[in-house]
Design a protein around this ligand. Structure first.
Ligand code: CP
Ligand code: NVA
Length: 301
């Protein structure tokens, strides 16, 4: 099984991954070994920086009795133009699975098409499915379930937004997005969300945040958009999770951030620190959720 994007998973499969993640978290906390991928090797191709994704996948493979190889695209021949079709076929002869973080979603899809081993998307410009599985795990931990919760995303309609919309709708939450005009999430995903659940997209932050149970934000300039960072600071300046936004949300609302965070840009330091427990539980859950994805994709069952 591959994990190329969240849309490929059914609601049932998402729940199975979350249940397994909960179980693996419990086992890890209680010192129970779970060598479910004994002897397996994961290749981890990175064309962008990473702290959480790299470390959680590497530690995750170790916890599962396997091993992981860090492969920077700068050092691989792929960085010098070797076609992805050939890279996929070569790496399939050495590895049991590949996790890849890159720019184009097509590159991830091509690895899956030409290779013969499971491919896991560790972030593209289009989506970030592994992050959202950890986010859903955290929401379920704090809220006890998904039904009846409103998930509100404020900021750039980017890879995070695309995956959050799919994850939110597939788990039965109401999803609202607030972003500036021209920076909306993927149009096709928004159409799908409207047809399959309760979804709104507006440029009005307070309207989107009204009554929200989960507030979520991400950086204004993603990796690869560094040249636009200054211009984006002006465009996004009102798209911030701050005390004003919190005042219209549910009083028990939780705040999540995929990290890295830019304080006083997409979130104030005050709100960030007030919700640090949730945000760092979310970061921890990357490990447990990643392990569940690895077992589902690379495991024998
Ligand atoms: N949230 C996330 O994917 O973090 P990294 O970029 O550090 O992997
Ligand atoms: N939108 C951000 C997410 C980082 C985890 C980026 O792509 O840089």
């Amino acid at each position: 099984m591959h994990l190329l994007k969240l849309m490929d998973l059914s609601s049932k499969q998402i729940n199975e991954i979350l249940n397994l993640a909960d179980q693996l978290k419990f086992e890890k906390k209680n010192g129970i070994e779970h060598h479910l991928l004994k002897g397996k090797t994961l290749g981890m191709i990175f064309s962008k920086s990473s702290t959480r994704t790299r470390v959680s996948f590497e530690v995750g493979m170790y916890d599962l009795g396997g091993s992981a190889l860090f492969l920077s695209s700068r050092d691989l021949q792929i960085g010098r133009g070797e076609p992805v079709q050939d890279t996929a076929r070569v790496l399939s002869r050495y590895l049991d699975g590949i996790m890849i973080r890159t720019f184009a979603q097509q590159e991830v899809e091509d690895l899956a098409k030409y290779g013969s081993i499971p491919i896991i998307n560790g972030l593209t410009d289009y989506c970030h499915p592994c992050q959202v599985l950890a986010d859903l795990m955290t929401i379920r931990e704090y809220k006890g379930g998904f039904a009846g919760n409103k998930l509100c995303y404020i900021g750039d309609g980017n890879n995070m937004t695309n995956s959050l919309i799919v994850g939110g709708i597939k788990t039965g939450m109401e999803v609202s997005v607030a972003c500036p005009k021209g920076y909306e999430p993927d149009e096709k995903l928004m159409q799908w969300a409207s047809a399959n659940g309760k979804f709104t997209c507006t440029d009005d932050v307070l309207k989107a945040a009204e009554g929200a149970d989960v507030l979520y934000t991400d950086v204004w300039a993603s990796m690869g958009q560094e040249a636009e960072a200054e211009e984006r600071k002006k465009i996004f300046k009102n798209y911030q999770i701050n005390a004003n936004v919190m005042s219209v949300a549910n009083e028990k609302a939780m705040v999540l951030h995929c990290l890295p965070a830019h304080r006083e840009e997409e979130i104030t330091a005050e709100v960030f620190e007030a919700h640090a427990n949730e945000i760092f539980d979310e970061a921890e859950n990357r490990l447990h959720a990643q392990k569940a994805v690895l077992v589902k994709c690379l495991g024998n069952s």
